[in-house]
Ligand binder design. Structure first.
Ligand code: SF4
Length: 455
């Protein structure tokens, strides 16, 4: 019997971003790297605008700048010319080439073109030695998070090598804020663990003021460290929806036998406890006192704030692993995440949320993958949420419903300091808790007919 095709439903205000955009963000976290899009100029312009508006940092993204002619005859010559220009003008230590919708549709063999380029460049006396990492990122089949993870995996696959074991520990945190990465570095240092964090956007996307424009900002994971990742003694990788998947950490485990520990994004108390426990095992020492004290202060604040947040209802949306971590945290503090939504479609979102909230919530939340904001609004209509938690694209819903929006993740285009929001660890949970409680108190105060100054 002929199968009935699923009816086409258009996307209205997507709750995800373009796949190569995620790849460009990952490449930006490598020292001396230039992200390069094989596609039309417009793709690079859109992504630069998005990234700059959130991070408030310059972001060069090179492009092979394809037009109609290349769409018909192929973009190989443009890609080679672009790589030559970037090699000569940027003195890049690495060029990260991500494909786009256009070049995936016309079927350019990007890895093959890059091989040809390197051969021609070397034979012609040019610099054929700049590493070029290629990643396939058709945006019509994924999200920016998938592009981010694909780029990290491609970097490891194409650069990491084995050899004499080192004392280092690889940490793949996923796409978190520069403030989160700085905090992770601090934690590793306090445990005395020499870490290789990939990627590291802590400086490249949140750097100090410069008197002169730097074509490539300082910071990022050094290429030599990435090469050495196959010799590390362990890999820690964040993201429950990545469990059991062919990730960068899995590549290192399969090829170089680097033991892999996959953890949830350490958001909230229990997921952070698991991360600190893993670090304590790797370091062979207990959690340093200052972090234990931060944990204690967080629990104290949870008790103090409970009366303000208890039984409130939240709609949480955004990247899948971020939503999983936030749902875990909300359940811990007594807020009910009534709807958890993401534009991602990993097929593992629901299970991951059940793992972290199942024993805490009296009733499972509605969990939806592949959602856009039209669908989120429809699903949330009957739930009467008290607050929204997610990136700034949900602002129109918060405004329509007259509830606070706690801005987290990416992109945050309507507030200042998105790159400095802390999500991870005890410190991140403390900051989120303070913001949540205060947003609810402010709403109560604003709605009060008489106003009051003591809570
Ligand atoms: S055309 Fe595709 S790759 Fe380019 S910006 Fe749009 S979604 Fe991204």
């Amino acid at each position: 019997m002929k199968q009935q095709a699923e009816p086409y439903v258009s996307t209205t205000n997507a709750c995800k971003l373009c796949k190569p955009l995620g790849a460009c963000l990952a490449f930006r976290g490598i020292e001396g790297a230039v992200p390069f899009l094989h596609g039309s100029q417009g793709c690079a312009t859109y992504m630069r605008r998005y990234v700059i508006s959130h991070f408030r940092e310059p972001m060069d993204i090179a492009s092979s700048s394809l037009g109609e002619k290349q769409a018909v005859y192929g973009g190989g010559p443009n890609l080679k010319q672009g790589l030559k220009n970037v090699t000569n003008k940027y003195e890049a230590k690495l060029i990260g080439v991500a494909t786009t919708c256009l070049t995936e549709t016309i079927g350019d063999d990007v890895a093959g073109i890059v091989r040809e380029f390197r051969l021609e460049s070397t034979n012609g006396g040019g610099n054929g030695t700049t590493p070029v990492v290629t990643v396939s990122t058709p945006s019509y089949s994924g999200t920016h998070m998938e592009g981010f993870h694909a780029a990290v995996k491609a970097v490891v696959e194409q650069l990491a090598e084995g050899g004499e074991p080192l004392d280092t520990v690889n940490l793949m945190p996923g796409f978190v804020s520069p403030a989160d990465i700085r905090y992770l570095k601090e934690i590793l240092a306090d445990f005395g663990v020499p870490g290789i964090i990939l990627p590291d956007i802590s400086e490249t996307l949140d750097g100090p003021a410069q008197t002169d424009y730097e074509k490539i900002p300082a910071g990022g994971t050094p290429v030599a460290d990435i090469v050495a990742m196959g010799r590390s003694r362990a890999t820690l990788e964040f993201g429950r929806t990545l469990f059991g998947q062919a990730t960068a950490g899995q590549v290192l485990a399969d090829r170089f036998q680097v033991p892999l520990e996959q953890l949830g994004m350490p958001i909230g108390l229990r997921e952070t406890d698991r991360f600190f426990q893993a670090l304590a095992e790797v370091a062979g020492k207990p959690t340093p006192l200052r972090h234990d004290l931060e944990r204690g202060r967080l629990i104290d604040a949870m008790v103090d704030g409970h009366k303000y947040v208890f039984d409130k209802k939240a709609v949480v949306y955004g990247e899948e692993d971020l939503v999983v971590g936030l749902a875990a945290f909300l359940a811990e503090i007594g807020i009910r995440p009534v709807l958890c939504a993401s534009g991602g479609k990993s097929g593992r979102f629901e299970e991951a949320i059940a793992q972290v909230t199942g024993d805490l919530l009296p009733e499972a939340p509605i969990i939806r993958e592949g959602m856009d904001f039209y669908e989120i609004a429809e699903a949330a209509k009957a739930l009467s949420p008290d607050l929204l938690i997610g990136h700034s694209k949900g602002y129109h819903l918060a405004r329509r419903w007259g509830v606070p929006l706690i801005r987290v993740g990416f992109p945050i285009h309507d507030r200042f300091g998105g790159q400095r929001i802390l999500h991870l660890g005890y410190r991140g949970a403390q900051s989120l808790l303070d913001r949540l409680v205060n947003a609810l108190l402010e709403k109560k105060q604003m709605d009060s007919p008489v106003g009051y100054g003591y809570l």
